[in-house]
Design a protein around this ligand. Structure first.
Ligand SMILES: [Zn+2]
Ligand SMILES: [Zn+2]
Length: 344
């Protein structure tokens, strides 16, 4: 089968023929129809410091997908060939302290598809049946392929109450934009986005936010405060940029007593004045990792089907899998928001 692989340490991927993976007794063999390209894949493609430390080639890349069940193992009872599915790419061990206390999303032995084991940038992939998610009719295939980042956005928004509150979202990339839509649909009174790239600010407005700010323009924070009662700051700030300035802005924008959820991942230690940013402000801070298994998945499904959440405007580019270099080019030059690779 064709697969996009990292064959050896260094930049780039190789499109090559590899064997179809063996199907264990609890495994589902999925014929991949569409996959999403993520910032993580770009890190692996570019072979930055994180990738060099984490990835052990040879490896099939990719963790965002949807497809059709091709074959199931003997012990699989929940799926049949022909089912349309997506899946949770974090494979939890099921036996560690966290798995046994309902926190499989922070499993100590987690193995991530396309990072720790072969992923979905291939014609076929196997996944344990407990990680496979059956798709309900009415969910567009392109959107089904990006349940993983959509779940990150959902988990971040749902980590604290947002209904009736002022929510600031820092970073309007794919996940930030999904969070904008979710926060509006979940009943936030005011949602504002902070994003330096003009076309992403336009998309944020199209996602229903009430105002957008360019953090490179002096005075934007004072303008932002006018959106909050008595100019006290946002009740909730969702940090999705991972940049040091974005994280510092999060603690500037949040009101005393408010909530900050951190999803963006800074690449190095950052300086933060804890007493001013958090302690004296009595701010509640949450780190967000992955998606809740599988509460977040049910929420994602219901927002699509019951709230008619439309994520399709965020999918800016589609390529056949063999044009993967173009897909990575438009992501690396900032032109794209979400890119889908088509495996059909
Ligand atoms: Zn991803
Ligand atoms: Zn575990």
């Amino acid at each position: 089968m064709p697969a996009l692989t990292k064959q050896a340490p260094g930049p780039g991927f190789t499109l090559q023929e590899v064997p179809i993976p063996a199907v264990g007794k609890s495994d589902v063999l999925i014929r991949i129809l569409k996959s999403g390209v993520c910032g993580t894949d770009v890190h692996i493609y570019s072979w930055d410091e994180w990738a060099a430390n984490r990835i052990r080639p040879p490896l099939v890349i990719g963790h965002e997908f949807m497809g059709m069940v091709e074959k199931v193992g003997d012990a699989v009872d929940a799926f049949r060939p022909g089912d349309l599915v997506s899946g949770e790419g974090h494979i939890a061990c099921g036996t560690c302290y966290f798995c046994r206390t309902g926190q499989a999303h922070i499993c100590r032995e987690v193995r991530i598809i396309g990072v720790d084991r072969d992923g979905c940038f291939a014609r076929y992939m196997t996944l344990p049946q407990s990680n496979v998610w059956k798709l309900k009719p009415g969910i567009p295939h392109d959107v089904a392929a990006i349940f993983d980042p959509y779940g990150n956005a959902m988990h971040t928004v749902m980590a604290q109450p947002v209904a009736g509150r002022t929510v600031a979202i820092i970073g309007a990339g794919a996940i930030g934009l999904m969070a904008c839509k979710i926060a509006v649909a979940a009943g936030a009174l005011t949602v504002v986005a902070v994003e330096p790239t003009p076309h992403k600010r336009s998309l944020a407005l199209a996602c229903g936010v009430h105002a957008v700010y360019d953090p490179t323009i002096p005075g934007w924070q004072e303008q932002f405060l006018k959106h909050t009662p008595d100019c006290v700051g946002a009740d909730v700030v969702l940090e999705m940029s991972g940049s040091p300035s974005g994280i510092r802005n999060a603690f500037e924008l949040v009101r005393p007593g408010g909530d900050v959820a951190l999803l963006g991942i800074p690449s190095a230690d950052i300086g933060l004045n804890l007493s001013r940013a958090i302690i004296f402000k009595a701010v509640t801070v949450r780190g967000i990792n992955g998606r809740l298994m599988f509460q977040t998945w049910y929420q994602c499904e219901r927002f699509l089907l019951d709230h008619k959440l439309d994520l399709s405007p965020l999918i800016t580019h589609r390529f056949p899998y063999h044009a993967f270099r173009e897909a990575f080019d438009v992501l690396r030059n900032g032109e794209a928001v979400k890119v889908i690779l088509d495996w059909e």
